[in-house]
Ligand binder design. Structure first.
Ligand SMILES: [Zn+2]
Length: 181
């Protein structure tokens, strides 16, 4: 049986504490919406100006593995070379061969998706997810679906970089093997 991106996405959503008791069908519907949104985002050109990219130390502590992150305050993608080289080693042990360059490209693309969603395109994802946190008379308060933007960013990175193992599969492998694995 092969694991699809959608299966991996459902697993990732279910790993969030807020989702652990949600119905499979609900998670699957959200996963499909988020992945399709990532596809669409990747198919449209990035608006200017592009985010800055800076390399920073850290990213590979005992309890955390960070490849890159997006600093919304200064609109900069912070790449963590230590985290990337640790991830390459962990993946190699897990039997997944990926180069530091491929991983870096995927990590940067992932953060470009966060940059775009943060700049406004994320509102459309929230609208499509349509998760109503609660209703009060005529008011509908839209809840945040934890993890949906991660799924969209992973799919965006997969489409943009075309690396063999998609970021969703890499993330699943990293999660299984990073800590005490
Ligand atoms: Zn992310």
């Amino acid at each position: 049986m092969t694991t699809t991106d959608e299966d991996l996405a459902v697993d990732l959503l279910r790993a969030a504490p807020t989702h652990e008791n949600r119905a499979e069908e609900r998670l699957r519907a959200w996963a499909r919406i988020a992945l399709a949104f990532g596809d669409e985002l990747a198919a449209t050109p990035d608006p200017l100006p592009a985010p800055e990219i800076a390399e920073v130390l850290g990213g590979a502590r005992d309890d955390v593995l960070v490849l890159a992150e997006y600093d919304t305050r200064v609109r900069t993608i912070l790449v963590r070379p230590d985290g990337i080289s640790r991830a390459v080693k962990v993946l190699m042990r897990a039997g997944v061969s990926v180069t530091a360059g491929e991983l870096r490209a995927a990590a940067v693309a992932h953060e470009v998706a966060h940059h775009r969603m943060h700049r406004g395109e994320g509102r459309e994802l929230a609208r499509r997810l349509g998760h109503t946190a609660f209703r009060l008379g005529p008011w509908r308060i839209r809840g945040h679906v934890t993890g949906a933007d991660e799924l969209a960013a992973h799919r965006f990175a997969h489409r943009r970089t075309g690396i063999g193992h998609g970021p969703l599969a890499l993330t699943a492998a990293l999660t299984r093997h990073t800590f005490g694995g």
